[in-house]
Write a protein that binds this ligand. Structure first.
Ligand code: FPP
Length: 241
């Protein structure tokens, strides 16, 4: 079971719903992809701010299972941006000791992108300073459904007994099985919704909804939001004296 933290504890795992790229671009009279490109550049700055803040795990929502409903050109532009991000950032991520993982269903992704994701995971597998998890074609419900399918297969084939299925067993089947639950979930752009992000994992997370559009979200603002977390008292349903 999670333990109540003391008031001064900072968040060890921060997850971010990077929202507002489209509006940021529209405000400048530019195409939506321009906003996504600016948003991708912000990711580096936020990753680099993590070690000093004691944030060991950073998880970012880059593309949801619902985002396929966007225009074909926006989807293609985002997929291209993910490939370019991997090519451009791989060296710096490795040099900064950042272990990169991807979560989400890879089946619908282009084979070239999946190969690049696999390569970046392998390249950074032994890095320890920050754990960066990028969610691509990720949906919390889809993740739970995929996990349940694998779990059901283990039951059907005799590797797991139905009596052993509990709160400890199920998360072992989730994409996030090696990650701790997020302590803090930040969403930019003023929307106060979870949008199918880390549904199981964020049961006890604190939420911060920030008005800033993602491309304007600086490391300074990140530091201030993370700093504010220390003033929250987390009880996980218990009574703390
Ligand atoms: C939501 O803003 C943002 C996305 C769907 C894409 C997020 C992608 C990035 C920040 C860039 C790539 C990141 C990595 C890690 C390579 P929106 O388009 O819904 O904005 P809007 O609500 O203003 O329209």
């Amino acid at each position: 079971m999670p333990q109540p933290n003391t008031k001064d504890d900072g968040p060890r795992h921060v997850a971010i719903i990077m929202d507002g790229n489209g509006r940021w671009a529209t405000q400048r009279g530019r195409p939506r992809l321009f906003g996504h490109q600016a948003g991708a550049r912000r990711v580096r700055e936020i990753v680099e701010a993590c070690p000093d803040l004691g944030v060991d795990y950073l998880t970012v929502f880059a593309f949801s299972t619902e985002n396929w409903k966007r225009t074909q050109s926006e989807v293609a532009g985002l997929m291209n941006l993910f490939r370019r991000y991997i090519t451009r950032e791989a060296k710096a991520l490795k040099a900064n000791d950042v272990c990169v993982r991807f979560i989400g269903d890879r089946v619908r992704l282009d084979a070239k992108l999946v190969a690049m994701m696999d390569e970046l995971e392998a390249l950074t597998a032994n890095c320890r300073t920050v754990n960066l998890t990028i969610a691509i074609n990720y949906g919390g419900r889809d993740e739970v459904a995929r996990a349940t399918k694998r779990l059901a297969r283990d039951v059907a084939e005799g590797r797991l007994s139905p009596e052993d299925v509990d709160e400890e067993t199920l998360p072992k089947y989730l994409d996030t099985c090696v990650l701790p639950d997020p302590d803090l979930v930040i969403r930019t752009s003023g929307e106060a919704r979870i949008s199918n992000f880390l549904l199981w994992q964020s049961a006890y997370s604190e939420y911060e909804f920030i008005d800033t559009l993602w491309p304007d979200f600086t490391a300074d603002e990140f530091r201030s939001v993370v700093g504010g977390f220390g003033t929250r008292e987390r009880r996980f349903g218990a009574v703390v004296a």
